[in-house]
Design a protein around this ligand. Structure first.
Ligand code: NAP
Length: 213
């Protein structure tokens, strides 16, 4: 699959490396693809402008700071129905969520990118777990929500290829829970450091709709 990642910072580059290793064709969509700081990424990916990157993609991943998301999506132009995987968290001053309860960052992303099929995913764990989701025999948990079944399935498959235990979390409005869950991870990282992940313990039979097939 051709995956374009908008933003090549901690999250974008980590997921890009992993997805390239899984066999996908990665492009990083950047404000300035000629910036020498991004040259090492040419080892596993193409570097392109934001608009061109979206045109060339099967699936797009957004990994910019929240404050840059609206501009990045405006630069992207028409998504023409492409899945848009939203890894951002709407964090503002004082490390607080700027949206919540009756709205979410993901729903705002969907309003800014009306022509995209938005899925919230990859926002609830640290970049270290994106690089290495396994803890011995256990897997870090990754939850995904979005209104389009196919786009959500694509996102869940990519998370599984990276090594996560990935679960379908329902419609996009469930991002109202996933974004506060990211704050739980961040709060725990202040207490524990970053070498931990959230996981799921289940008794036999506790399977989700997508796992039952
Ligand atoms: N860090 C984590 O562990 C983690 C975990 C889960 C979720 N998240 C969320 O993921 C998002 C990215 O976090 P990060 O830690 O990867 O940030 P980061 O390291 O600061 O990287 C941000 C990237 O976005 C690009 N960018 C900034 N403004 C842009 C714009 N207007 N248009 C296009 N690209 C722009 C930057 O490129 P330039 O070189 O052009 O500035 C950079 O490549 C945030 O929303 C964060 O809350 C982070």
């Amino acid at each position: 699959m051709r995956i374009t990642i908008i933003g090549a910072g901690n999250v974008g580059a980590t997921l890009g490396h992993g997805l390239a290793r899984a066999g996908h064709t990665i492009a990083y969509a950047l404000r300035d693809p000629s910036d020498p700081k991004y040259a090492p990424l040419r080892s596993h990916a193409l570097l392109t402008t934001i608009r061109e990157g979206v045109v060339q993609a099967d699936t797009v991943l957004l990994a910019t700071p929240w404050g840059a998301a609206e501009d990045a999506l405006a630069a992207a132009g028409d998504f023409a129905g492409r899945p848009l995987l939203d890894a951002t968290n709407p964090i503002g001053p004082g490390l607080q969520l700027t949206l919540g309860h009756s709205d979410s960052g993901a729903e705002q992303i969907a309003r800014w990118a009306e022509s995209a099929r938005v899925v919230k995913i990859f926002n609830t764990t640290g970049r270290e777990n994106m690089a290495a989701p396994a803890y011995g025999g256990a897997k870090s948990l990754m939850l995904a929500c979005g209104d389009d079944d196919d786009a959500r399935a694509i996102a869940l498959d990519l998370a599984r290829e990276l090594g996560f235990e990935a679960l379908d979390f329902g419609e996009l409005r469930q991002a109202r829970l996933l974004e506060p869950l990211a704050m739980v991870w961040i709060r725990l990282s202040i207490v524990l450091g970053r070498d931990f992940a959230l996981g799921l313990l289940r008794r036999d039979g506790a399977t989700s709709r997508d796992e039952r097939g």
